[in-house]
Ligand binder design. Structure first.
Ligand SMILES: [Zn+2]
Length: 399
């Protein structure tokens, strides 16, 4: 047994503990509390880490590791449509070897920055074996696109990935629907059925851009042209004349099993709908800045009581995959809210969204011992210093 002791312990489900300790045995946490209590009669090894905070590994609910080789190749854009066009063109120029090397590098940096659990969106399956061989825990979402798949069908008929025997036996694998502008109602239904039969969470990009909102409420040229270029356009398509959230609710896609990602263009009514259905919203606010998408309506989301988690999206659309950057951005841009709330979103929120809070997301007896230490110097602006130090790569795993 090892007791890790430091000036601060951040259990997440309880307030920060000053002069705290976490006792670990094997791969499990045995006890968390004030060091004076925990160490009374303790006979194991005591590791004193000093000024700083012990906390659980973070949960990044939304990445696309297969875009990692595009790091630095797609610069930040003022218009989201330009970002998407650039990214699709650049991704098409990558070789499978470049894609795989990018996945490996990105996983290394995710691990080094304190990521315990990641929600990975794959388009090819290429990232799966690399994730299997990494120290990170993961949930794999196989992303389905098909605006023109208008007749009802079973998912493996259209996506042979799901016919592989290893898919059926995989523990943490789901089907994902890419977005309301790229997925037909029949495909949303097939994805829902596949996931529901396995009690698996599902994912969709939701209300990411103004263009998406315009497309669903009145149709617009950008997505029509894009779908035509990709051979996916449906000539008799009629816009549903609803917000993206209302449209997905109409298709029975929302609910506590669904992780909707981005939400930069949610109205207050949309936020209430997400809250009422228990849908998770995964905020990726720095990615939204990078891609020119906008800024999610954080006060409306909090007011409505939407279940929130955090992600970074991809290295084609963010500066890095360090989730502390997302927490720091939220703390700096919404200083009226308590800083500990952003830590909760980046840990326990994500673990709950992915259905893995039995093991991840907080420091509590019985959970997996995936914890680390961040050195801190000052006492003022505790959360700002914590997030900045994490964003600067000062994380150290405690084994
Ligand atoms: Zn994404």
């Amino acid at each position: 047994m090892i007791a890790h002791v430091s000036k601060w312990v951040l259990p997440v489900e309880q307030p920060p503990i000053r002069d705290g300790a976490v006792v670990v045995k094997g791969d499990r946490i045995m006890a968390v509390g004030p060091a004076a209590e925990i160490l009374r009669g303790f006979r194991g090894l005591v590791c004193e880490h000093g000024a700083g905070a012990i906390m659980p590994g973070v949960v990044n609910c939304h990445v696309h590791l297969e875009f990692s080789a595009l790091a630095g190749r797609v610069i930040p854009q003022a218009r989201w449509e330009d970002w998407l066009t650039e990214t699709l063109a650049a991704y098409g120029g990558l070789s499978p070897v470049e894609v795989e090397a990018g996945v490996g590098r990105a996983l290394d940096t995710l691990w080094q920055s304190g990521t315990a659990l990641v929600g990975e969106v794959t388009n090819t399956g290429a990232s799966w074996p690399i994730l299997e061989n990494s120290p990170l825990s993961y949930h794999l979402f196989y992303e389905c696109l098909g605006f023109n798949l208008v007749a009802d069908f079973d998912l493996p008929e259209a996506f042979p990935f799901f016919k592989q025997p290893e898919v059926e036996s995989a523990g943490f694998l789901s089907a994902a629907a890419h977005a309301p502008y790229s997925v037909s109602p029949a495909l949303f239904k097939a994805v829902t059925q596949w996931n529901a039969a396995r009690l698996a969470p599902q994912m969709v990009h939701l209300a990411e851009s103004r263009a998406e909102l315009d497309f669903l409420t009145g149709g617009n040229g950008f997505f029509e042209n894009l779908l035509k270029c990709r051979g996916r356009w449906v000539p008799d398509f009629q816009p549903p004349k609803m917000s993206p959230s209302a449209y997905l609710h109409d298709l029975e896609f929302l609910g506590p099993q669904t992780l909707a990602v981005h939400g930069a263009w949610l109205s207050a009514a949309d936020c209430e709908l997400l809250a009422a259905t228990g849908t998770w919203l995964v905020l990726c606010p720095r990615a939204n800045r990078y891609t020119g998408a906008g800024t999610p309506p954080v006060p409306d989301l909090l007011e409505a009581g939407v279940n929130l988690a955090l992600g970074t999206d991809s290295l084609a659309g963010n500066w890095d995959l360090n989730l502390f950057g997302e927490m720091l951005w939220l703390q700096q841009n919404f200083p009226a809210y308590p800083g500990g709330m952003w830590l909760r979103l980046g840990t326990l929120g994500g673990a709950r969204a992915l259905g893995r809070d039995r093991d991840f997301g907080s420091l509590a007896a019985g959970k997996k011992a995936v914890l680390g230490f961040i050195p801190l110097e000052g006492d003022s602006d505790f959360w700002g210093e914590l997030f900045a130090a994490g964003a600067a790569g000062k994380w150290r795993w405690l084994g």
